[in-house]
Design a binder for this molecule. Structure first.
Ligand SMILES: Cc1cc2nc3c(=O)[nH]c(=O)nc-3n(C[C@H](O)[C@H](O)[C@H](O)COP(=O)(O)OP(=O)(O)OC[C@H]3O[C@@H](n4cnc5c(N)ncnc54)[C@H](O)[C@@H]3O)c2cc1C
Length: 490
């Protein structure tokens, strides 16, 4: 039986471990930290628990598949609650739109605030997004792109859906309204892309939300991670926490083991869920062979995330509020391209208690607020700037949406790009791996199967199809196909 070691327990690592175990491989999962989940772990601080990362759960069937592969049901492990509305988009003028979960109410909202023409334009945009979704998600998200030729055959269809336009350009073409443009082109930011440079293929996320809805895991996203951990233990996956891979050992260009501080683990196959740029730089002694992966890769922005609780229950605050800064293009340019500190960030505020009363803990409302910030190629000193940005954000929330916030805070801490770089081993502390631009998509992304050594594979945000929970679980689908093609089932 082939022995597989999965390095890292993000959604990518947990997914591939589940899938390969279901195909009867001997699977060991190693994780640097004492807990599983990577970006999707749970933080506990002063007895309050917080989702560290993903909160918007979409395409839940992909999570269900990880359980059904073993004849089990996701619903026996965790309850997914529908979120209503999905998002409140709050603009600098104070205007807002409530978006999702009913199409009719969303269209009415756009009509009431921006007129009938814009409501009709939105429906046309959605139709376009559906076409992209059919091609980009249904057909291509779990297709292995092993050669450039495998990509070329899709070019005519991609040209038809105008992949050459950015998400922002496409939205603007339909809506042509500052607020609506900003709100409806925000999806790339959820996967680490700048809406002004991300290929319009990623507009598929918009339709994907309508197709399957937006959910929150009751008790927090960590419940999904706990459910997967229980499942893997039950199925005899060997989980080793506090175990960091230091080197991938090769013999005659073939994987033979992993070196860890606790000793060498022999294996035939390694699947890295660790960030590929970090992995090539630190765990392997060579550079990627693919020219597109060797130089000038653009890594995504990073995130400043402030976790806090309040003694007051802010019942008027929706579950997901996106607060747009006055600046948009210039702000994103500062973050993605100029890589300078920004003191007026756009914000995403997460209030799980709006959907799940159990997240109101000991009478306290719990939150996180996230600001996209430059990755660590910026050289910003976060020991200096972290507290400064926290104060700016609290002031901003207090003025715009949470009156008297300062005096109601009962707990607070934050993470900066340094957390993503040093704790999660991500190159330059990028929040989402490499950016989702066309020249870094499909074949041009990091290979799910490495070309340099036999038995070496990747899953996770920087591989095809990309970041976000549905994307990352799909990377495991692609990698599973490649491993089964190479090794057959056990
Ligand atoms: C704050 C935040 C909010 C987000 N919100 C959403 C959302 O609402 N919805 C959504 O769909 N997506 C969201 N995302 C994106 C999504 O969370 C990620 O794309 C996804 O979880 C990444 O999973 P992954 O498997 O690629 O890797 P990761 O989660 O990064 O996991 C990699 C794991 O590998 C481990 N590791 C690294 N190196 C080693 C080593 N040498 N040895 C052993 N272990 C190692 C790390 O410790 C980590 O546990 C969000 C991301 C962030 C950061």
């Amino acid at each position: 039986m082939k022995k597989i070691v999965v390095v890292g327990s993000g959604f990518g690592g947990l997914s591939i471990a589940s899938k390969l175990k279901a195909k009867k491989f001997d699977v060991t999962l190693i994780e640097k930290h004492k807990d599983l989940g990577g970006r999707a772990r749970t933080f506990v601080h002063n007895d309050f628990k917080y989702d560290a990362g993903p909160t918007v759960i979409t395409a839940p069937y992909l999570i269900d598949e990880l359980f059904s592969a073993h004849g089990e049901k996701l619903s026996n492990y965790v309850n997914l609650l529908p979120v209503k509305p999905w998002y409140r988009f709050l603009f600098d003028s104070g205007d807002y739109i409530d978006y999702g979960d009913k199409l009719i109410s969303t269209v009415h909202e756009i009509k009431a605030k921006y007129g009938n023409d814009k409501a009709k334009a939105y429906l046309k945009l959605l139709k376009h997004s559906k076409q992209i979704f059919k091609k980009g998600f249904i057909e291509l998200s779990d297709e292995p792109f092993e050669s450039i030729y495998s990509m070329l055959k899709h070019l005519p269809a991609l040209i038809k859906i105008r992949f050459d336009r950015s998400v922002y350009q496409t939205v603007n073409k339909y809506l042509n309204n500052k607020n609506l443009n900003e709100a409806l082109s925000m999806h790339p930011l959820l996967v680490g892309g700048n809406p002004y440079s991300t290929t319009s293929i990623y507009l598929l996320i918009q339709y994907l939300e309508w197709k399957w809805g937006v959910y929150y895991a009751e008790g927090g996203t960590g419940r999904i991670i706990d459910g997967l951990e229980k499942l893997l233990i039950k199925k005899d996956v060997n989980i080793k926490k506090n175990t960091e891979a230091k080197k991938i050992i090769l013999k005659n260009n073939k994987v033979v083991g992993i070196d860890t501080p606790q000793g060498i683990i022999d294996c035939d196959i390694v699947v890295c869920n660790s960030d590929p740029t970090y992995t090539y730089n630190n765990l392997l002694d060579f550079k990627p062979k693919k020219a597109s992966n060797r130089f000038n890769l653009k890594h995504s922005m990073s995130l400043f995330v402030l976790y806090f609780s309040t003694t007051k229950i802010y019942k008027d605050v929706k579950h997901h509020t996106i607060i747009f800064s006055k600046r948009h293009y210039e702000l994103l340019n500062d973050i993605f391209n100029k890589k300078v500190f920004v003191s007026d960030p756009s914000l995403y505020l997460h209030r799980p208690g709006a959907t799940d009363p159990s997240m109101i803990q000991n009478g306290n409302d719990t939150f996180y607020v996230l600001a996209p910030v430059p990755n660590n190629l910026s050289k910003i000193d976060w020991n200096d700037k972290g507290n400064k940005l926290a104060k700016i954000i609290i002031k901003n929330l207090q003025e715009k949406i949470m009156p008297e916030l300062t005096k109601n805070i009962s707990d607070m801490f934050f993470v900066t790009p340094d957390y993503f770089e040093n704790e999660l081993n991500t190159y330059a502390g990028s929040g989402f791996g490499i950016q989702p631009i066309f020249t870094q998509s499909a074949y041009f992304r990091y290979g799910n199967k490495a070309k340099e050594a036999e038995g070496l594979y990747f899953v996770g945000a920087s591989t095809h199809p990309g970041a976000g929970v549905p994307g990352v679980i799909s990377t495991a689908k692609v990698t599973e196909k490649l491993i089964l093609k190479d090794y057959g089932t056990n």
